[in-house]
Design a protein around this ligand. Structure first.
Ligand code: MN3
Length: 238
């Protein structure tokens, strides 16, 4: 345990007396892909990748996958477990930690690590081995109803992913009955914004720098055109 961090988190949590946690814990997950892992309490773990480390080549190399999953994702898991250990937050599921700590300055370290664990697990599930098959018909209709055409969606998603300044994420989300593209900075996640995430692209430099260096747009277009897991998006849409 990190002696410098845990007492501070513990004190912040105790001051709050966990008002509102019962409500947070009662929120249904609603996401097909994350239901098992996101509902488990500490110690948290990075779920196994849904594909082999070389399965996304040549769009994303095995070397990138190895570092991204094995070092970055795992690093957030390790930090999160250290931060919540011996605090009341240890009893909460990953998703409830994200919801409970969002927007609270004194719990920013917990939020950042918990949300990054959640976002990365969601990112792996958003991807599949290079393909190019169009979305299932129902999802295609939802996309064209909201964006006008598949190509307009593609352009909107790419624009969000390439225009996010600095580190962050580009998301396809369901907002009530419409689909939207949104971008979030650092660890921020639409999970806490009343939106239902369907797909995400990680645009932190660690996601593409070994393969694309500064060419984020090339990485983004390759992911959009070849790696998006439409079946998972449809399952998340529900
Ligand atoms: Mn990442």
């Amino acid at each position: 345990m990190d002696a410098a961090e845990s007492p501070r988190v513990d004190a912040a949590v105790n001051r709050r007396e966990f008002i509102g946690l019962a409500g947070g814990a009662a929120i249904a997950l609603g996401l097909a892909g994350l239901s098992g892992t996101a509902r488990a309490a500490a110690p948290h773990a990075a779920p196994a990748l849904p594909f082999a480390e070389d399965a996304l080549e040549p769009v994303i190399s095995a070397k990138t996958l190895s570092f991204h999953y094995g070092k970055h994702h795992q690093g957030y898991v390790t930090a999160l477990n250290r931060l919540v250990n011996d605090t009341p937050l240890a009893a909460l599921s990953l998703e409830d930690i994200v919801r409970t700590t969002a927007g609270k300055a004194d719990l920013a370290a917990v939020f950042n690590n918990a949300a990054q664990v959640w976002n990365h697990t969601f990112y792996w599930q958003s991807l599949r081995a290079p393909g190019g098959a169009p979305p299932p018909e129902r999802l295609q209709k939802a996309i064209t109803d909201s964006f006008g055409s598949m190509d307009a969606f593609r352009q909107a998603f790419a624009a969000a992913a390439t225009s996010q300044f600095g580190s962050g994420w580009a998301w396809l989300v369901a907002d009530q009955n419409a689909l939207r593209v949104v971008k979030t900075g650092n660890a921020e996640t639409p999970l806490t914004q009343g939106l239902k995430p369907l797909l995400v692209i990680d645009v932190w430099e660690h996601a593409y720098y070994l393969d694309y260096q500064n060419r984020r747009a090339d990485y983004v277009m390759a992911v959009i055109d070849r790696l998006l897991n439409w079946d998972v998006a449809l399952a998340n849409l529900g």
